[in-house]
Design a protein around this ligand. Structure first.
Ligand SMILES: Cc1cc2nc3c(=O)[nH]c(=O)nc-3n(C[C@H](O)[C@H](O)[C@H](O)COP(=O)(O)OP(=O)(O)OC[C@H]3O[C@@H](n4cnc5c(N)ncnc54)[C@H](O)[C@@H]3O)c2cc1C
Length: 440
């Protein structure tokens, strides 16, 4: 993402307003007689918790504008934290209510109202399952795709039961326009899920792609070359990414994000370089030329400045080189003259993806590349170890107020040490772009 304090504040303000909207709606117009403070407090928590849960669908709805302004990684980090807040707020609602007045326990009593007791208990169970399956997905060995599907369905179930509960209790939702508003807001969450799961695959199906080549690269990685079938292809900016579905159905739950690694001058011939990391990526080498693929995108703001005189510094680790390759290849094809620096970390020399191509690109472009190896071969005179502050200070160009852009993409620890150091060196937030490949 591109860091910008102004944009962040704008989004946070808008978000807080929407999250608090149920309280504003509740207190609009004639009010019912007030109840005990803790009852009112717990109702407020329930309202806001449900609103936050509904907003979660917007954050993951893959809206190009939202994703562009916030960046996929920060948006998903935020989604995660907001999910926890929603969980505690919604859970606190019945707990505080029961402590304030035991009579409210009747809501969970099957003898008083069986469907109501079942629905509310199931919603509380779903909420618990939502959190447990998210926080402990890996120890539970839940495949990412199944988890994602379950996650959306559980959240939708909680939101729907919440809506029925609010309407049934009927407090703070008269006159009728308030009820209509609640139905509309909940319907929007459902519409967003339908959009992601049905409308977008339908659109992808209209523009299929064919794998024309599968190329083995260094470091257990493969490049898939994709060509459009019956359409002109996809215009994109170098550094952007797509969601890839391989196979006959665009509705597959196996949908993964990959950076476009090829030159943006060729919308009709895309390349994705995929490193074997888990169950899906480990099978890339088995993909046969001729296989069907579907793409959704392009997304992302990890893109170079259109001004060709603005220098760029790339600080990357391992497969994080892919979006940078797209930029370098595009600069080569466009004869872009801007000065470029690449600091590129890898475990060893054999696993340096695109090593040979970078050697050719160095003299072709205004590019200076620095390789950093954790286990260098004998006789290696270059940098060794990991990318850290001292290494950066040795190789980063003297900005001298010219205002270069900095692109950081690599393993989590690298990103967490590089970005603060750039800030310490006085690089403004607006000039730092970062992309995280690990999103959950
Ligand atoms: C913006 C972006 C660009 C990326 N570009 C590249 C690239 O160019 N080359 C490359 O090799 N990798 C890239 N990745 C990482 C790639 O998406 C994951 O390595 C891949 O999805 C792992 O899937 P798996 O089933 O093989 O591994 P798993 O072991 O199942 O997953 C490993 C991790 O990958 C992530 N992941 C898994 N499945 C998905 C999914 N369906 N959607 C989103 N994330 C998932 C999760 O964080 C998970 O913990 C990118 C990721 C992002 C977010």
């Amino acid at each position: 993402m591109k860091y910008s304090l102004g944009t962040a504040l704008l989004w946070i303000g808008g978000y807080l307003l929407l999250a608090a909207a149920p309280l504003l709606i509740a207190y609009w117009g004639p009010l019912p007689p007030p109840r005990n403070f803790w009852v009112e407090f717990s109702v407020g928590l329930g309202f806001v918790g449900l609103a936050i849960l509904g907003l979660q669908f917007v954050l993951t709805g893959r809206f190009a504008h939202v994703a562009t302004s916030l960046g996929l990684d920060s948006m998903l980090q935020y989604h995660r934290q907001a999910g926890l807040v929603a969980f505690f707020f919604i859970l606190a609602h019945p707990l505080i209510l029961f402590l304030a007045d035991r009579a409210y326990l009747e809501y969970l009593d099957p003898r008083a109202n069986l469907p109501r007791a079942l629905a509310l208990s199931a919603a509380l169970g779903a909420l618990g399952l939502l959190i447990v399956s998210t926080l402990w997905r890996q120890p539970l060995r839940l495949p990412y795709e199944w988890w994602r599907l379950l996650h959306g369905l559980l959240a939708l179930f909680v939101v729907l039961v919440g809506l029925v509960h609010i309407l049934q209790v009927g407090f703070y939702v008269s006159p009728g326009w308030k009820q209509a508003l609640w139905v509309l807001l909940t319907g929007s969450a459902l519409a967003l899920l339908i959009n992601t799961r049905i409308v977008r695959p339908l659109k992808m199906r209209q523009k299929p792609w064919r794998v024309s080549e599968v190329r083995e690269e260094r470091g257990r990685a493969w490049t898939l070359v994709l060509q459009p079938e019956g359409h002109p292809g996809m215009n994109f900016l170098p550094g952007q990414f797509v969601w890839l579905v391989l196979g006959k159905s665009a509705f597959s739950i196996q949908q993964h994000p990959f950076s476009l690694a090829s030159s943006a001058t060729r919308p009709d011939r895309l390349e994705l370089t995929i490193k074997a990391l888990g169950d899906f990526t480990a099978r890339t080498g088995d993909v046969q030329p001729g296989a069907r693929a579907y793409l959704e995108g392009p997304y992302g703001y990890f893109v170079p400045n259109p001004n060709p005189s603005r220098g760029a510094v790339f600080i990357v680790g391992g497969v994080g080189i892919t979006p940078v390759m797209s930029m370098l290849r595009t600069f080569r094809d466009r004869r872009d003259p801007r000065p470029l620096w690449l600091i590129y970390a890898n475990p060893d020399w054999e696993r340096v993806l695109f090593r040979e191509e970078l050697e050719v690109l160095e003299p072709t472009l205004e590019l200076k590349a620095v390789h950093v190896l954790e286990n260098p071969p004998e006789g290696w005179t270059g940098e060794r170890g990991r990318i850290g502050p001292a290494l950066l200070d040795r190789h980063l160009p003297d900005d001298r107020g010219e205002g270069f852009d900095y692109f950081v993409c690599g393993p989590e620890p690298m990103m967490d040490s590089v970005v603060p150091h750039l800030r310490k060196r006085g690089v403004p937030l607006r000039s730092i772009f970062s992309e995280r490949f690990q999103i959950v």
